[in-house]
Design a protein around this ligand. Structure first.
Ligand code: C2O
Ligand code: CU
Ligand code: CU
Length: 625
């Protein structure tokens, strides 16, 4: 047998310490801890997949060392390196299977596919396991497999301490001054209602956290930008002026959910607004010869490659389109009609937004509602129309009241449902909206928390409603709202299959039918959709993570979802209305139909996880005569 020399022992300790440091750094970079408890649970969950790897490396390394004369730490390290890929795979499987235990980044780890992340997790956990095995077995070098717990040599003690350090919870420097939840009032963004609207994109100092203001890229100096509220069918011109710093570059504004002409749709690579320039977007708010359906929409930057950065920095605002059908229903209105833009962000020690592009998606650790951290909202004892909107780059939210208060969902992102749907939990992917009516009558003095039940730490509580005395409430929620299909769909003339794909060659790239976005390619050519024809589109998700497929120009009707994990009944009922963004889970098939009315020209469709979109998960269709 070949004794281990002191030099090799010290080398192995140094390697262990380096691995620990690298592992911790990778881990903290990927997933800032939201609380000590969530981090502790996380480390335990991480150590489980690392244990078999550690056992294989220790036993195998020892065996190989004995046979070959290769120093055991070297053999062990080689086995460790070879085992990292399967460990990473196991890690992801475990993370997906145990979202509730595994406190990833404040929300479900649906998009956690990064090998760097898994390596960051597995390396420190591996050394914890290795040290335990080493101590139990008597350590490398002599008298293997004899218990020597009483006289632990210095080398092994150091190794064990290093391993312990590896599993200690670390906390990333997050916002220096954290905000206590429910201490700040909800803010309702200002409304712009005229035929001609001017909005300036500019850098502004926004007070979000206590102390230093946050420098943001804004529409008119606020986050969210002003809410555009218009009667449908009335032509509206919105002039956007780009006065952002030069670093922002050219921008483009997409009115998300609207039936805009191709030129006014906020194209990602054309019709841009250079810094210093303006562009007027004209919206007639008409669809197929009639005013558009009332809907809760939004506007945001859509510049190719940097949409994630631009929206994260603040370029987003809401739109409310009203129409006589919606108004005639006597739903809660005025002060009882409340838009809620919910988005996660994170901040550095100087209270600045720290956007670091990550193709898996960028998540925050701080919950903002209309730009306010976990606000409270004083409500009267009456019915409220709450317009829930997930404006996050990546994070999915599941909205539910902590005390089980029921929500009657009345609308999707494309307007009113055929009938209200009783919900206790509503999951929304990025860009999705759901309008609900909640009745606070008879609950004076109660404080009711709205929660994101799939979130952790700072992303768990959304906001709190402080209920006051009952007031006269003339509003009603009728049993029928709006027919499911105001536009009869003619025979389907085309079925298109869109496979959601990814490639890991070098860097993670997302694609549709294997092709990353190309502004010069029309993905429906040569058989482009004909004006006024109806088509069936089928999305198939072959990747291991969720996507939210959003199609510009027209609204769609869900025909069916096919997946191993069925949607709950209430969620399926709530998808009976028209929609323009659809969550597509791994291995799921989503079939939708629509008809291409009014506008000719090129439009995009894409995943609305903004970093997936920026990393090319976007394609183009062209409506032809
Ligand atoms: Cu809200 Cu093409 O996006
Ligand atoms: Cu859109
Ligand atoms: Cu995606």
């Amino acid at each position: 047998m070949r004794p281990t020399t002191p030099a090799i022992r010290w080398l192995s300790i140094a390697l262990a310490l380096i691995a620990v440091a690298v592992g911790r750094a990778l881990h903290a970079w990927q997933e800032p801890a939201t609380s000590v408890l969530s981090h502790a649970l996380h480390v335990v969950a991480d150590a489980i997949p690392a244990l078999p790897l550690a056992a294989v490396a220790v036993i195998g390394g020892s065996w190989i060392g004995r046979r070959s004369g290769i120093p055991r730490p070297v053999a062990t390290a080689a086995l460790l390196a070879a085992g990292l890929i399967p460990a990473a795979a196991m890690h992801e499987a475990l993370a997906l299977a145990s979202a509730s235990v595994h406190g990833h980044g404040g929300s479900e780890p649906a998009h956690a596919v990064s090998v760097a992340h898994a390596a960051g997790d597995a390396v420190p956990a591996f050394f914890a396991a290795l040290a335990a095995a080493t101590i139990a077995a008597g350590g490398p070098g002599r008298r293997r497999f004899r218990m020597r717990i009483v006289r632990v040599p210095r080398v092994r003690l150091a190794l064990a301490l290093a391993a312990l350090a590896a599993t200690l919870p670390v906390r990333m420097p997050v916002a220096a001054a954290a905000v206590d939840p429910f201490t700040r009032p909800l803010v309702i963004p200002a409304q712009l209602t005229g035929d001609d609207i001017a909005i300036e994109m500019r850098e502004a100092e926004v007070q979000i956290l206590p102390g230093r203001t946050t420098t943001m890229w804004t529409y008119n100096g606020t986050f969210p930008g002003p809410t555009i509220r218009r009667p449908s069918g009335r032509t509206t011109r919105v002039t956007f002026t780009n006065n952002l710093p030069a670093a922002a570059g050219s921008t483009t504004v997409h009115h998300h959910g609207n039936h805009s002409s191709s030129a006014d749709d906020g194209q990602p690579a054309s019709h841009l607004i250079p810094v210093g320039a303006s562009r007027t977007y004209t919206y007639d708010f008409m669809e197929d010869g009639a005013p558009e359906r009332a809907a809760f929409q939004w506007y945001h930057d859509h510049r190719m490659d940097v949409t994630g950065r631009n929206v994260w920095n603040g370029l987003a605002g809401m739109v409310i389109l009203d129409d006589p059908v919606d108004a005639a229903l006597s739903l809660p209105s005025g002060a009882f009609d409340v838009p809620l833009m919910v988005a996660d962000r994170s901040f550095d020690e100087d209270n600045q937004l720290n956007y670091v592009f990550n193709p898996s998606g960028v998540r925050g650790n701080t919950m903002l509602v209309n730009g306010v951290v976990q606000p409270y909202f004083d409500v009267a004892g009456a019915k409220y129309r709450l317009r829930l909107f997930n404006a996050s780059n990546t994070t999915e939210f599941t909205f539910a009241f902590a005390d089980g208060t029921a929500m009657r969902q009345i609308a999707t992102e494309s307007g009113l449902l055929p009938a209200p749907v009783l919900r206790t939990a509503i999951k929304l992917g990025p860009a999705e909206r759901a309008e609900v009516v909640v009745d606070f009558a008879g609950r004076a003095g109660k404080q009711i928390v709205l929660r994101n039940t799939t979130g952790f730490g700072g992303l768990r509580d959304v906001m709190r409603f402080h209920v006051g005395a009952d007031v006269a409430d003339p509003s009603v929620v009728p049993a029928t709202l709006r027919p499911a299909d105001p536009v009869p769909v003619p025979p389907i003339t085309q079925t298109r299959l869109w496979t959601l794909t990814q490639s890991l060659a070098g860097d993670l790239v997302w694609s549709i039918n294997g092709l990353p976005y190309d502004a010069d390619r029309i993905d429906t050519a040569p058989l482009n959709p004909r004006l006024n024809s109806a088509e069936r589109w089928i999305f198939v998700n072959t990747t291991p993570v969720n996507h939210v497929m959003h199609i510009h120009d027209v609204d769609w009707r869900l025909i069916r979802r096919i997946s191993a994990e069925p949607y709950p009944d209430d969620a399926l009922l709530a998808e009976q209305g028209l929609k323009e963004s659809f969550l597509v889970r791994p291995n799921e098939v989503v079939e939708i139909v629509s008809r291409f009315t009014d506008h000719l020209g090129t439009y995009v469709f894409h995943c609305h996880v903004l970093e997936h979109e920026d990393r090319a998960m976007m394609a183009q269709f062209q409506v032809v005569p």
